[in-house]
Design a protein around this ligand. Sequence first.
Ligand code: DP6
Length: 336
Amino acid sequence: MSVWEATGRANSNLAFIKYWGNADNSWRLPLNGSISMTLGGLFTETHLAFSDTFEVDAASINGHPAGEGELARISSYLDFIRAVADVRFPARIVSINNFPARVGVGSSASAFAAIAVAADAALDLGLSERELSSLARVGSGSAARSIPGGFVEWHQGTSHDTSFAETIAPADHWALTDVIAIVSHDPKRVGSSEGHLTSGTSVLQAARVRTASDRLARCREALDHKDFCSLAEVSELDSNILHSVMMTSVPPLIYWLPSTIAVMQDVIKWRSEGIEVFYSVDAGANVHCVCGPGYGDEIATRLERKKYVVAVATAHLGGPAMVTSSKHSTAARFTK
Ligand code: DP6
């Protein structure tokens, strides 16, 4: 009997300049680059084991067996990893998120990044951070950005090897906080993967993609100079453009709830009072409220008082994905 196992942990991330639509869907080669902050403390921890004693792949997520669709997606990602590593054994995955899944808080990013680092350790692949990021990208595009830590840019690239994410500023560069206003715990009905597929049906998508490099440059510069006003302006613009594309896709994708817009309006008002805060919304109803240094607690308190906010989660800049344990029961992993 042979078992190769490891446990990986990866933080979620929030994109200031977002990924939406692929040039190549199976490799998840995006139509534009993106920039994110790593959400320290909002993570997925995944134990992954490959063994010749398992008959089929199996996965449990937050204590429940993975649904049919989830298992199919995980299994096809494991097939890719098995091909890279030249192994054939089925795998078992036990995955725990310490934050709500499928509500626009980036659970597929942390989940697939955690699988990638666990697989690298379990199968002794010895991948570099850049290679790990490309590997994670195949599972979920945004997972490429959950491999490095701090402020991260995913370079669009034109191939598997050239489409990867790297740190552009370390976690201690700028003490931003993401205070997430949870306005609904209901899982989204349409996942990001489906949204990427229909993004091209919006007449606005071509304009979004064409102008993305300008927003990426403005975002890089704002991060470099710690210019909160500029970062707020370009991030809110990018989030609004993303949702304009979603809403004008066929069929339309409307993730916002009335409470989503209420929080966005609150954030605009609070910023006009001099508080450093801006909003960003992913494929879900919940609102990421990114705060400048020293403003996170005040915004969390204000959000908690709102009747349309059901919970508040706070994340500070986080570090890279990591392996928390690994073990091989035989030395020769290539025994098939
Ligand atoms: C709106 O990475 O979740 O959060 O590659 O199909 O797994 P898949 O999609 P995913 O898409 C993220 C979309 C977004 C924007 C972003 O995080 O850049």
